[in-house]
Structures are given as C-alpha cells and as structure tokens.
Design a protein around this ligand. Structure first.
Ligand code: F6P
Length: 364
C-alpha cells in the first residue's frame, strides 16, 4: 500500500489556500509517490472523520480559486469544542483525545496544517503528544512572528488599495471624509501597507493608539490647503488613546472576540466635535471582501512554495515545524514561533517612518 499524507485548513479562509493544497498534492504525488488525504473543515474533519482523497485532477485550476476546497472552521478548537446536545444546548468539550486517536488511525506519514496562530497552537499541543504535524502559516493579517509573510496578505492589501482608489474619486467629488475600516485583528499590517500603497491621508493602526485631535488637525490642514476630502484607513483593531478595541461580538471559550466598529466609532467622534460641523463623513467597512476572490500572483507563487516546503518538511521528519519565509527564502521554523507572540508593526519602524515622511497622519 502506498504511503499517505494529510492536509487540513483551519481558521479563517484566505486567498491562496487552494494553491497550497495544489502544491502539496502535486509534490507529494509526483516526487514521493504519496497519496494525499483532504480533511474537511479544519480539526472538525478529524473529529467527524470526514475525509476525501485529493488527486491531481481535484486540484486542477486550483491556483486561481479563492477560499479553500477543504472547507475551514474557526470554531473547531479541539480543546474547547462546541457540541450540540440532543436537547438543543451547546456544550463545550475537550475532544482532543478523540481527534488524536482518529489521526493515529489514519496512519499518515505526516499532516500539513495550514492555519494562523490559533490553528498552530492546537497543532503544537498535538505535536507535543506525538502527532506528526508540519505547518503552513496563512492569514490575511500577516501577524505570525515565525515568518516574514503569511499566505493571503498581499491579496487583501490589493483589495483595500482598489477600494481606496475608488473611494478617492467619490470622496473628492463630494468633498467628504471617507473612512475605510480594514481587517487585521490586533495588527496594523493591512492598514499600513495598503494605506501607503493607496496614498491614504490618515492611517490608524492598533500599534499606534490615536489622538483624535491630531486626526482632526489633519482634516483642517487639508482644508486649509484647499483640499476638502480626506481618506482615512482605520484598522479594525485601532484604538483611540486610552480606549479599548471596538468589539462587534464578544468571544467565549471557543472563539476570540470579533472586532468591528472602529470606523463608525471614529466617525461618531468626528461628528461630536463642533470644529468638525462642516465635514461630511462616510464609513465603508470592507470586511470579508478582503478574504474572498482570486488570489493575486504573489499569493499563488508563495502558496506553491509553502506547499512544496511543507511536503519536504514531512519527508525530512521535521514535525513541529512550520514552513516560513525568511528574507526571501523558504526555511523551517519551530512551530512555537508561530504562536508565542504576534508580529506587529513597529511604531517607530520603517513603514510608519515612510508614511510620516510622505505626510500621512498616523494619529500618534
Ligand atoms: O484573522 C483573519 C480575520 O479576517 C481578521 O482580520 C478578522 O478580524 C477575523 O478574521 C474575522 O473573523 P470572522 O471570519 O470569524 O468574522
């Protein structure tokens, strides 16, 4: 019987996941003669024993397709797993032992787990119990310390840049302040990178709590120079000085807080100021548009390199490692680096420096 590896995608989806799956299938099959088992909906598939064979035909044209053909779930925390009881109640249980048992029944050479920090922290716990897992870091947030780049980030940035380009023309026509709220959770990579690329006038990120007076001063200055419109890119995790994150839905033991509302909060703060009475403000929340659709060329390329490297990590027995991009090269890094701490924008680093140098107001 030929050897077999498995692959699952966990957490929020992002563009490029199908490219990773395709590369894993092609390299495993063509180079090592391994079969590949697809596990549905992250760790949920291991709990439910929901699998299907992935062969080269299944992954044809996968590079250009967004989402994940395996499905994903960000509620499938094996250590706090919500289970619907016959009486309709949901009980949260630790199902990790069952998942580990199902995994060992599959007798895989190794399992590729494609995920963000949450999925990697579950994986690490399984590795510590002997599971043969390697990781591929993905998230539009680009906030994993282990790697310079997570699959999906560049496509999200492209979506934001296109949206800001479109908002520029309408904001200009109506002499408005256009606030664009973007994702990124507790990291400001999307807002900062897209803000620079799109030529936003104000960029607010979680790493630099903003002073509303400085933000408003930027509007006044533009008006004073005869430019009556302003584009503000605000990260969903941005906070006013001394303020809290804007939380749309409170988390529980099975999932994190869902952020949302930072843009509207800023609009309300502007509306409440007498010195802003003449400004018309509109808020656009880009939300999941940033995660959907066709991956850009870079995400397809990097997804392929990540998939190839993950298969090689299995062939080398480097379990408990993730494939990582380090100064342009694919390397292996210990999985704990993907979970220990978030990779954040350095407030005095090169990106904020470039932003300030071209006159972007960062609010702090
Ligand atoms: O981590 C990726 C991400 O898109 C974040 O930027 C965002 O805060 C979150 O996921 C949204 O999660 P959900 O898909 O559960 O709404």
């Amino acid at each position: 019987m030929s050897k077999r590896i498995g692959i699952l995608t966990g957490g929020g989806d992002c563009p490029g996941l199908n490219g990773v799956i395709r590369a894993v299938v092609l390299h495993a099959r063509n180079t090592y003669g391994w079969e590949v088992l697809g596990i549905r909906n992250g760790f949920e598939g291991l709990y439910e024993e929901s699998y299907f064979e992935l062969d080269p035909v299944r992954v044809t044209h996968a590079l250009a397709r967004g989402g994940t053909m395996l499905g994903s779930s960000n509620r499938a925390n094996p250590f706090a797993y919500p289970i619907r009881m016959p009486d309709g109640r949901t009980e949260v249980m630790d199902v990790s032992a069952k998942i580990l048992k199902n995994l060992s029944k599959l007798d895989l050479e190794g399992l590729v787990v494609v995920g963000g920090d949450g999925t990697m922290s579950f994986s690490k716990k399984f590795v510590d119990k002997g599971a043969r897992i390697v990781g591929v870091p993905k998230t539009i947030d680009n906030d994993l310390e282990a790697t310079d780049y997570t699959v999906g980030f560049q496509t999200a940035v492209e979506v934001v840049v296109e949206a800001v380009d479109r908002l520029q023309t309408t904001a200009e026509s109506h002499e408005r302040i256009a606030i664009v709220e973007v994702m990124g959770r507790y990291a400001g990579w999307i807002a900062m990178t897209a803000g620079l690329a799109a030529g936003a006038h104000v960029v607010l990120i979680p790493e630099i709590p903003y002073d509303i007076d400085r933000v408003v001063e930027a509007f006044h200055k533009r008006h004073g120079r005869g430019i009556p419109h302003t584009i503000v890119v605000v990260a969903e995790g941005a906070t006013p000085k001394g303020g809290e994150h804007a939380v749309a839905v409170k988390g529980d033991s099975t999932r994190q807080d869902r952020l949302g509302g930072a843009g509207q909060r800023l609009a309300d703060a502007i509306a409440a100021r007498p010195d802003c009475a003449d400004y018309e403000v509109r808020v656009t929340v880009l939300g999941h548009l940033q995660r959907g659709g066709t991956p850009c060329a870079f995400d397809r390329e990097i997804a392929t390199r990540y998939g190839v490297t993950a298969v090689e990590l299995i062939s080398q027995g480097k379990f408990g490692h993730v494939a990582a991009l380090d100064k342009g090269r694919m390397v292996a890094k210990p999985m704990e680096l993907a979970i220990k701490k978030l990779k954040l924008v350095q407030p005095d680093g090169e990106l904020p420096h470039a932003a300030r140098a071209v006159g972007i107001e960062l609010g702090g």
